[in-house]
Design a protein around this ligand. Structure first.
Ligand code: ADP
Length: 446
């Protein structure tokens, strides 16, 4: 009797076995074991392949997530990609994070440097679109915020053909220096722009530095006006001095002639001294260097006393000074505010005709203000000149300069002093009917 081990195999496999190995039971057993092992190995291989494929897919999608910058999402997914891929993906995410942080820090430093520049900086690409702009340029052109400007055409944002042409020439390779008057919100600015062409991997094709030269030009104009005015002012006294000196040098003068020439010398020297001291005072007040000593006083007695001092001079011109009104308390520098009113009363006497007979000075308190008005009934001031008389050296009647009357600085000094008191000075006048100068100062509280 032959012993055999019967193994229950699926009918298809056992049929195949009996067909291929019709021998003894032992050899059939061996074959069966081999096939089972093969089956298990194959199954394991298939399962392994399936797992590897899933891991690969997971790794690919996680890497994609990292590339898109979704680091938090990727970190949640990494453990599912298997131990080997996880280590690599974690390293990838960390390095991506580092690169991103470094780029952000670089961007922040660049923007810090650009924004700390006092000058406006603007960069465009070769399609003339803004790719970089600093805060100073936004302020200069008075245009919106940086984000809304980036990638918009320069001409659309700044709307200035001259500056846009400057960029065009720079894109053709030239270094350009141009300037234009630009509408910036409610003001017009004179902007100077220097543009250089650049080749940068970031797409920047030209960089411009923009400087506001409005104020510089204004100061330049003030300076030349001042030099012109000053030379004009000193020319007359200097000519008088030269003439008097030459006549004295020639000799042969009698006592009366010599005395007359000495009087001219004194007058012209006095005029030059007044001019220099008025100018120095104006400069001190304008620059804010003048120290004012404020105290609360009633303006009425101050004005009354001042007018009393002027009475003899007024009387010599056939004029009477009438002071009216009442208490008007204000916080002022008494010396300086007295200088303001003295100038107004002095001008009223100078510009009154003797037949007008009087000068009126009124003091009152009204709507939180202390008001002093000086009214004369003299020649008056034409409407077109009324605002100009507060300018340095301005005179309505130009022949007064030649006659050496006043420095033309009195009202400019008065205006600056009133401004230093947070007040206002104004004039109302009709030619031939006289002028009323009004000083409004903040009334003392309480
Ligand atoms: P100055 O009196 O030395 O000429 P001011 O600055 O005091 O200089 O005055 C400037 C100009 O304003 C005067 O030259 C004059 O033309 C005009 N002006 C000032 N006050 C009066 C006034 N009360 N009536 C008419 N014109 C005046």
């Amino acid at each position: 009797m032959t012993s055999s081990v019967e193994v229950a195999l699926p009918p298809l496999i056992s049929n195949v076995l009996f067909a291929v190995a019709p021998g003894s039971g032992a050899s059939r057993l061996l074959l069966t074991a081999f096939i089972v092992m093969l089956f298990i190995a194959l199954t394991a291989a298939v399962l392994g392949w399936l797992r590897a494929r899933a891991g690969l897919r997971c790794a690919a999608s996680t890497a994609l997530q990292i590339a898109e910058g979704d680091l938090d999402g990727a970190r949640l997914q990494i453990p599912a990609c298997g131990p080997v891929a996880s280590t690599a993906l974690n390293a990838l995410a960390a390095s991506f994070e580092r690169v991103e942080r470094e780029a952000r820090e670089e961007r922040e430093s660049l923007s810090l440097v650009l924004n700390s520049l006092g000058e406006g900086m603007l960069a465009i690409d070769d399609a003339r679109r803004i790719v970089l702009v600093n805060q100073a340029a936004l302020d200069l052109f008075d245009v919106g915020d940086r984000e809304s400007l980036e990638r918009r055409p320069f001409i659309e944002v700044v709307r200035n053909k001259t500056l846009a042409d400057g960029f065009d020439r720079a894109l053709e390779g030239a270094e350009v220096r141009t300037s234009a008057l630009v509408d910036a919100g409610r003001t017009v600015r004179h902007i100077e722009m220097r543009v250089v062409p650049v080749v940068a991997p970031s797409g920047i094709a030209a960089v411009a530095l923009c400087i506001d030269i409005t104020r510089m030009e204004h100061l330049q104009r003030i300076r030349s006006d001042f030099v012109a005015d000053f030379s004009h002012e000193v020319r007359t006294p200097l000519a008088g001095l030269r003439l008097a000196l030459e006549s004295l040098q020639e000799g042969g003068l009698d006592a009366a002639q010599a005395e007359h020439l000495h009087a001219i010398l004194h007058r012209q020297i006095g005029r030059l001294e007044r001019l220099v001291s008025d100018l120095a005072q104006l400069d001190e007040i304008e620059s804010g260097e003048a120290v004012l000593r404020f105290e609360e006083i009633d303006l009425y007695p101050l004005v009354e006393e001042l007018c009393t001092d002027f009475e003899p001079r007024a009387a010599a011109n056939g004029l009477a000074i009438r002071v009216s009104g009442g208490r008007a308390r204000a916080v002022v520098d008494p010396g300086k505010i007295q200088q303001v009113f003295s100038n107004l009363v002095d001008n009223a006497i100078k510009h009154s005709s003797p037949d007008s007979g009087r000068i009126e000075v009124r003091v009152r308190s009204e709507d939180q203000s202390a008001i002093v008005e000086v009214q004369d009934f003299g020649e008056g001031i034409p409407p077109g000149e009324q605002s100009k008389i507060f300018h340095r050296f301005y005179r309505v009647d130009k022949s007064r300069t030649a006659r050496g009357e006043g420095s033309g600085l009195g009202l400019a000094i008065a205006r600056h002093l009133v401004i230093r008191h947070q007040g206002e000075i104004s004039v109302e006048s009709a030619p031939g009917k006289g002028a009323t100068f009004r000083v409004r100062l903040p009334a003392a509280a309480g």
